[in-house]
Design a protein around this ligand. Structure first.
Ligand code: ZN
Length: 304
């Protein structure tokens, strides 16, 4: 039996899945804590421990393993960068994992794996199976993105393909952790929107609470915050639509649960793109939830 192996290597947990390549049946699924605070070597040994225990269960050896990781591998230096689990940055993780596991590994960042999984096994596959170009967005604590063309992730020359969260949005914006000013992430991530609402109202509420207040129609500041989201997201995503013109855009993350993104949004986008007729880009809610990382990781090694 041909099997596919994928690992979602996150800052708090490491999850591994083995799938039957013929019918996508999950044969084993296990998770262990990352214990990232114990350092990089410990993370690698946790991965090895997880893979050993899966091997023991399924009695099959992997031929390759795909990984969803917090940051990306720089194609030139072959070391990790942009990881929020900072001990991984600067480390040759692909080489270290291959040494520890004894098989080839493929790495892609979590937003790319999200986009890949939803494109090939998730909502896009269900709704628009012949989609060629898919953009996956994660709108949560941060803003991430991934581009999938014909079932392949576009990693890019610097390994930053799809990193639209750090596109420039406004001159007088706040300083981003990436070192630039006015990134998309600081305009319409969950925390940025909560901050926007706080400036208007003086209150600290979660995005979910703000959305509920808007729906109740009782709080003009909540409505202004939602309008700010739709407007800024529309302007920002228009750059993606004008360049890639994707068949579908899948919106994950906490902010992605806001229904207005799917209802009010296509109308807003019309104002910003080079197209005068109806906007036909599909805006879709993801289907795979937490599993997108691990299924995207599996997709990375399907060709082995
Ligand atoms: Zn930034």
């Amino acid at each position: 039996m041909k099997t596919l192996w994928g690992v979602d290597l996150g800052g708090t947990k490491i999850e591994g899945v083995v799938m039957n390549a013929e019918n996508n049946e999950v044969l084993s699924r296990k998770r262990i804590p990352t214990e990232a605070n114990k350092g990089y070597e410990h993370i690698i040994s946790q991965v090895a421990k997880l893979i050993d225990s899966i091997k023991e269960e399924v009695k099959i050896q992997p031929t390759a393993i795909g990984f969803s990781t917090p940051g990306t591998t720089d194609p030139t230096t072959q070391t990790m960068k942009n990881c929020n689990t900072t001990s991984m940055n600067g480390k040759p993780m692909k080489a270290d994992l291959e040494k520890a596991l004894g098989v080839p590994v493929e790495l892609a960042n979590d937003a790319n794996c999200f986009a890949l999984a939803e494109a090939t096994m998730g909502i896009v596959k269900d709704v628009l199976p012949d989609a060629k170009v898919v953009f996956g967005v994660i709108l949560g604590t941060g803003v991430g993105g991934g581009v999938v063309v014909n079932g392949q992730v576009i990693n890019g020359r610097h390994g930053i393909g799809g990193e639209w969260g750090h596109n420039f949005f406004e001159d007088d914006g706040v300083m981003c952790y990436c070192g630039k000013v006015g990134c998309n992430e600081n305009v319409f991530s969950g925390p940025a929107l909560q901050q926007y609402y706080k400036k208007l109202s003086g209150n600290d509420l979660t995005m979910k609470e703000i959305y509920e207040l808007h729906k109740a129609g009782t709080d003009p500041n909540a409505t202004a915050t939602l309008q700010h989201l739709i407007k800024s997201f529309g302007r920002a995503i228009s750059s993606i639509v004008n360049v890639l013109d994707p068949d579908a855009i899948v919106i994950g993350g906490g902010v992605g649960n806001i229904d207005m993104l799917y209802t009010a949004f296509p109308e807003e986008l019309k104002n910003w793109i080079f197209n005068s007729r109806k906007v036909e880009t599909l805006f879709l809610k993801p289907k795979l939830g937490d599993s997108a990382g691990v299924f995207g990781a599996i997709e990375l090694v399907r060709r082995y």
